[in-house]
Design a protein around this ligand. Sequence first.
Ligand SMILES: *Cc1c(COP(=O)(O)O)cnc(C)c1O
Length: 425
Amino acid sequence: MTNLAHYGDGQKLSDRWPTWPPQDDQAEENAIAVLRSGRWAISETSTGSKPWEQRFAEDFAAYHDVPYCVPCSSGTSAITIALEALGLTRGAEVLVPGITWVACASAVAGAGLVPVLVDIDPRTLCMSVDAAEAALTPSTEAILAVHYGCNTVDIDGFLSLCQRRGLALIEDCAQAHGAEYRNKKVGTFGDIGVFSMQASKVLTAGEGGAAITCDERLYELMAQYRADGRLYARNPSAGQPQLRQVGDVQGRNLCMSEIQAAILTARLPKLDAENQRRRATARLLDRMLDRMQSVATVPAERHMTKRTYYRYCIRLAKPPLCGIEDFAAALGRELGINCEVLHQPLNACRLYNPLGSPQKYDPEILARLNPTQYSLPNAEKAWTEIVTIPQYLLLTSDYAALETVPLSIDQALYASQTVDSQAAR
Ligand SMILES: *Cc1c(COP(=O)(O)O)cnc(C)c1O
């Protein structure tokens, strides 16, 4: 059997895909400018010029057409300061989707709250509004709606639910930078939008995060929660502290470094064009896969007017006999790129183990954290039948290489059946 990793003119497929993070001359230039500037962090003295962190905050807020942005050290930090600024009651319940990165649940638990795991809409792979409504109790105070994989949640549905029930809405856009719903950017519908700029994300500085809002009070609280209670000083001259002490609340240091902010300032202007390129490639892939019996594509949420891709999701008609993880590995070998399964459903996720650190939680809250109490049938089923291709493959302009994707899927399916029949013998 031919391995498609050596397809065509002999050049390995793995050498034909784009690399990530990308080479970016402007990002390099900006990072070097920081290194030479004498100011590596906003928590030190001013050099007289505007910090990169503030520049990025202004650019990222303007990109979303909102007044406020608080950059921070990670997506996890962004979720944390958002929850803190909302002033939720200790022990209150926050709805979290059953399939997402572990940080969504662990950050909620880490903020003294109880993540309630909610099943997904099997079509879109995002949290179901109906399941969310069914999960509400008198203790529910907020929803962490995650725009997952290559989709958005049903934002209309969640806005209406939150308005009717008096809940706060945080949109987790760590996988959806630049996506639009009804021609408006995600992250701007809820009270707060949170983002991660970790290395796998479509806008990255290696690590990093940000929270955006239209609410001045939430902004001032989030800014203090991320900088030990400090806010920007107004026009400090060179040598004076960049931050002034306010201390309305108990913060800690979750600040983004100047190097990260300088890289993001260079990368942000390219986000739309890169998302556009991914969208065009995804459209070609959709067309190729729609001709296959063995797989289906994941449809966009109804009102998603600009689709973005963090992971391109492929649904197998039948869960492969070898199991989805081995199938993803086989597809990855065929394609010469790392193909992943969805995140493990959080009721059975190795990394979500609050009971493994009982010392971190109030005893009465700990008793409510056991993830295995939740039933998530749609999440569990989706996990067994979906394989994903990373976003940077979609940046390719090598269409001959792209055409190997259906062949690679067939080869991986064939290999998975072979594996099973060997095991059965
Ligand atoms: C990556 C991610 C996060 C966490 O971001 P970090 O920067 O790794 O802390 C949160 N939510 C979602 C949906 C993510 O994909």
